[in-house]
Design a protein around this ligand. Structure first.
Ligand code: SF4
Ligand code: SF4
Length: 257
């Protein structure tokens, strides 16, 4: 997955080999990764996060565990920016800047951070090939500790990892405004009940952030809306009026009062 289909793995490998591989190979790899990312982002976008990502499903199952629940708000709206930092440092800069003795960089995000990789590749691999346990080193223990930390946070706060840290979601969400699936809010039908904002797993402000990079297209808001004021559009054409609403339900309620 890291080599051929996970865009994060591909980008890291590309930057890790930028100073080693011949230009022709790099151009092919760059075209492949750009094409794959564009295809996935435009065709599905964050529908992948809401409906296909196994780690997203796992987080939703974890949240069902009866335990202390609260929305974890990081200071200075960090949840909106941390994933950008992860993308810039762990996916681009560090694989490019730090080279091993063979002249090839490391895939920093996969190697040191990605909890989905630790769980789905690391542990499943150990189950399939138990003899590998003798090769386990400090990095694996550190990643396991990180994974456990994330899992606890996901039990407390729904989709904590997607909401705060996943740089892959950021990549898929780039074209949320222009992709095939978009959400539209109808002001005339909306009764400002606020149910959509309450149920949103990404704590988005609706309608302002309906088509923002953060929306995972889970469609919870759409299905809970009693007046059918939110609809899913499927169109290849960008409709600018979809994004004219820069206000939130809370602000509208306040204005009405
Ligand atoms: S805005 Fe709606 S579709 Fe998007 S994440 Fe929130 S509840 Fe899901
Ligand atoms: S969009 Fe629907 S759920 Fe959201 S505030 Fe309006 S009526 Fe309520």
């Amino acid at each position: 997955m890291a080599w051929f289909s996970c865009p994060l793995g591909i980008i890291q490998n590309l930057f890790a080999s930028l100073r080693t591989l011949p230009t022709q190979v790099l151009i092919s790899a760059f075209s492949y990764s750009l094409g794959l990312i564009l295809l996935m982002s435009l065709a599905l976008g964050r529908v992948i996060c809401g409906w296909l990502c196994p780690f997203g499903l796992f987080q939703e199952l974890l949240y069902r565990i009866p335990f202390y629940k609260r929305e974890i708000l990081l200071p200075y709206s960090l949840q909106r920016y941390l994933k950008h930092l992860f993308l810039i440092f762990f996916v681009i800069l560090l694989p490019f800047l730090y080279l091993t003795e063979i002249g090839y960089g490391l895939v920093w995000f996969c190697k040191f951070v990605c909890p989905a990789g630790t769980l789905e590749a690391g542990y499943l691999n150990l189950i399939l090939q138990p003899h590998l346990t003798k090769n386990i080193g400090l990095t694996f223990y550190l990643k396991t500790a990180l994974l456990l930390g994330f899992l606890i946070l996901c039990i407390v706060d729904l989709r904590f990892f997607c909401k705060n840290l996943c740089p892959l979601g950021l990549i898929y969400g780039i074209f949320n405004k222009y992709g095939l699936f978009r959400l539209r809010w109808n002001e005339k039908k909306c009764t400002l009940c606020g149910a959509c904002e309450k149920i949103c797993p990404m704590s988005l402000r609706i309608p302002k952030e309906l088509n923002s990079v953060e929306c995972i297209r889970c469609l919870n808001c759409l299905s809970i809306c009693p007046s059918k004021a939110i609809v899913l559009e499927r169109s290849l054409f960008y409709l600018p009026h979809v994004d004219l609403k820069s206000i939130t339900i809370k602000e509208l309620k306040h204005a009405k009062k």
